[in-house]
Design a protein around this ligand. Sequence first.
Ligand code: URA
Length: 209
Amino acid sequence: MQGVTVVDHPLVAHKLTLMRESGRSTKSFRELAREIGLLLGYEALRDLPVDMVEIETPLESTLAPMIAGKKLVLAPILRAGLGFLDGFLEIAPSARVAHVGLYREPATLQAVRYYFKAPADIADRLVLVLDPMLATGNTAVAAIDLLKERGARDIRFVCLLAAPEGVARLRQAHPDVAIVTASIDARLDDHGYIRPGLGDAGDRLFGTR
Ligand code: URA
């Protein structure tokens, strides 16, 4: 599907399978989220432009690539997006971090805003929106609406799992936003959970259930 990358690397697939297992501890789930975050970040940033710069190796001078151009903003959607953040910061330690506080109203599944803070120069930066689960798409669309209102122009959305319904909704609302995911699962259930899924990502990350 155009604008959607499913990262099917065996390491990602294996780690995702471990995360799906219901008996997995909070500690292990959290470690896996960080590791997959790092691997998805690597894929999401694969087309970053580079400049050739002159450097000195211990043996001679040479031209070698260095990342050029836009700097990054990582924008985790609270709270489950925080579970991804550390892995991304490991590969992009200078990135700025925007916090997007949205929760799903249980009855309507609509996104409700409770916090938003983003760097002032967000318009000049590539923004990666981080949320492990792309379910109905309502939260992702609301987060990207907020980021665009603040000036963001170059946005990608990175998740662990997506439902086909969420992918369709996000592509329709924001066709300029590419999606990177480790899996597109079968469907959404009546409660807005992704099936087969991995349950409530926030609860599993923070041990609140
Ligand atoms: N959010 C979750 O944490 N899990 C789902 O399956 C859907 C939304």
